[in-house]
Design a protein around this ligand. Structure first.
Ligand code: SAM
Length: 287
């Protein structure tokens, strides 16, 4: 509370204290709960319209629930890993969002946030609920349709969704840079890891939240796979994708002269299995 008041006063005077992270904060940042079930705006679509719109989209990456009891399951052609489990996105939120908010001085209020590869917009909407002005983009137009449906249902006006391919992302295509950039669940669907992080960094003024699948090895290496664009959670087109190890990520952040970073520790046994099994990890990166 005192920390937030000092930060707000300094910001009013045009200053900001920035902690350059080299290790996770001690004690752990206060936990934050996602806004869930999602709220419904009084002038938003009716139950029947929402049911119709959810049915119109064949695939949904996450399950959604709305105030008043409406709920819809995730729908994928290829059931694998743990991403189909209801609540998967909520556990991921509880895993990495407290560190992001803490790194931002205890609040996202007034921050300009970019959600790269936003899918149906779950994390973009949650950042808007936390007070940020958000832009989310994804390569798949049907996902931007889904995100705009959630925007209409919730009535959130501080989020904007666009169809854009990652490799077309630039301050020009997105109206400038952002205080905070979310790069969640995308890196391992792209072929050029170092360039992808470099381009992400070029969009960020303060920090990045990076979340990616990793190869569980201590060596600094990148594993290449072939990925078919067979599902809404996959690469936007068939091709080579690159999965880094943790050590490779650390080396690339050093190469890109990032100011400081740390891997977010697992603080709960309820974290999604991929984190518990060390096949996925998240970083707070000050640029
Ligand atoms: C595993 S999902 C992660 C979605 C979301 N960021 C999250 O964490 O819930 C991967 C997303 O990346 C998107 N994607 C894949 N390749 C992309 C590209 N080249 N440009 C933009 N989005 C892409 C997919 O459409 C999909 O929504």
């Amino acid at each position: 509370m005192i920390k937030r008041l000092i930060n707000q006063s300094l910001r009013l005077l045009g200053y900001e204290i920035r902690r350059v992270p080299q290790s996770p904060p001690e004690p752990a940042p206060p936990s934050i709960e996602p806004v869930w079930p999602l709220p419904r705006h009084a002038n938003g679509p009716s139950d029947a319209e929402i049911r119709h719109e959810f049915a119109r989209h064949r695939l949904w990456h996450y399950a959604y629930e709305f105030e008043g009891g409406l709920s819809f399951p995730a729908r994928h052609d290829h059931p694998f890993q743990d991403t189909n489990l209801p609540g998967r996105q909520l556990e991921a939120f509880r895993h990495f969002m407290p560190d992001l908010v803490d790194a931002c001085g205890g609040s996202l209020a007034g921050k300009r946030v970019l959600d790269i590869a936003c899918n149906s917009g779950f994390f973009a909407l949650q950042c808007a609920f936390l007070g940020a002005q958000v832009v989310g983009f994804d390569a798949r137009p049907e996902l931007i349709d889904e995100a705009n449906l959630l925007k209409r249902i919730t009535g959130v006006e501080t989020v904007e969704f666009k169809t854009l391919d990652f490799w077309d992302m630039s301050p020009q295509t997105l109206g400038g840079t952002f205080d905070v950039v979310l790069n969640l669940g995308l890196l391992y669907h792209l072929p050029k890891t170092l360039e992808a992080i470099e381009r992400t960094k070029a969009m960020a003024r303060e920090r990045i939240l990076l979340d990616t699948a990793v190869v569980p090895s201590d060596a600094a290496m990148i594993q290449l796979n072939w990925e078919e664009a067979v599902d809404i959670r996959m690469a936007a087109c068939d091709g080579v994708v690159a999965i880094p190890t943790r050590a490779a990520i650390n080396l690339m952040l050093k190469h890109l002269r990032c100011k400081g970073w740390y891997e977010i520790p697992i603080r709960s046994a309820n974290a999604p299995t991929v984190y518990l099994e060390r096949r996925r990890a998240s970083w707070i990166i000050d640029i």
